[in-house]
Write a protein that binds this ligand. Structure first.
Ligand code: PPS
Ligand code: ADP
Length: 198
């Protein structure tokens, strides 16, 4: 990487100006959890609720981003790290644009989530652990991936033969085995209200 001859060029409209125009603050809601835990389901519903409330949002989702921007990456540790590095950087731009950003990625490694957190000012990275046991995820199996793992057709699967490091101090924990989807949405929206983001 060579940043020697590159100079930062300041604009005349700042993040705070964009937030002021929007009428709310921006933040990054980072959903992490096993495949099938409910990251997509819950982030989609949170975005819909925030949109209904009149807030500016954008959602980045593992399956979708891997079709485009990160289509060159697979599931080795290095590729997952690069995946999360790029998403962290992209999310930072969205938050700078004044948008409430929702990122739903397995993001299995603590160090990668810590990197994404480090890109934003204190408080603006909100880690949401979407919790469900591997047995529950495998029984939901919304995409038939656990079945493929069982048949030996899919390797390096998070929580099976590839690690998932549980978050130690996430801002929010969602227990999808005991909470309904609407309760989880309310919990997250209330967090944003209580912290003064919306
Ligand atoms: N080996 C392996 N392990 C885990 N997941 C796999 C794998 N192969 C494909 N998939 C599908 O890819 C989705 C996860 O992509 P992510 O970008 O979120 O993964 S990561 O954060 O880089 O670990 C994941 O989506 P979710 O089920 O929504 O989590 C799967 O649909
Ligand atoms: N309480 C719950 N919260 C979230 N999802 C749930 C819940 N109960 C069952 N599900 C189901 O679990 C599956 C989760 O899949 P998905 O959202 O794609 O997970 P992920 O994005 O983490 O892979 C969906 O089929 C969803 O309907």
């Amino acid at each position: 990487m060579n940043q020697k001859n590159i100079t930062w060029h300041e604009g005349k409209v700042q993040k705070a100006d964009r937030q002021h125009l929007n009428g709310h603050k921006s933040a990054l809601l980072w959903f992490t959890g096993l495949s099938g835990s409910g990251k997509s389901t819950i982030s989609v519903e949170v975005e819909r609720k925030l949109h209904e409330l009149g807030h500016h949002t954008y959602r980045l989702d593992g399956d979708n981003i891997r079709h485009g921007l990160n289509g060159d990456l697979a599931f080795s540790e290095e590729d997952r790290t690069e995946n999360i590095r790029r998403i962290g950087e992209v999310s930072k731009l969205f938050v700078d644009a004044g948008i409430i950003t929702l990122a739903a990625f397995i993001s299995p490694y603590k160090k990668d989530r810590a990197f994404a957190r480090s890109l934003l000012p204190d408080g603006e990275f909100i880690e949401i652990y979407i919790q469900a046991s591997i047995e529950t995820c495998a029984s939901r199996d919304p995409k038939g991936l656990y079945k493929k793992v069982k048949k030996g057709e899919l390797k390096n699967f998070s929580g099976i033969d590839s690690p998932y490091e549980i978050p130690q101090s996430p801002e929010i924990v969602i227990d999808t085995e005991n909470q309904r989807i609407d309760e989880s949405v309310l919990q997250i929206v209330n967090y944003l209200k209580n912290k003064g983001f919306i």
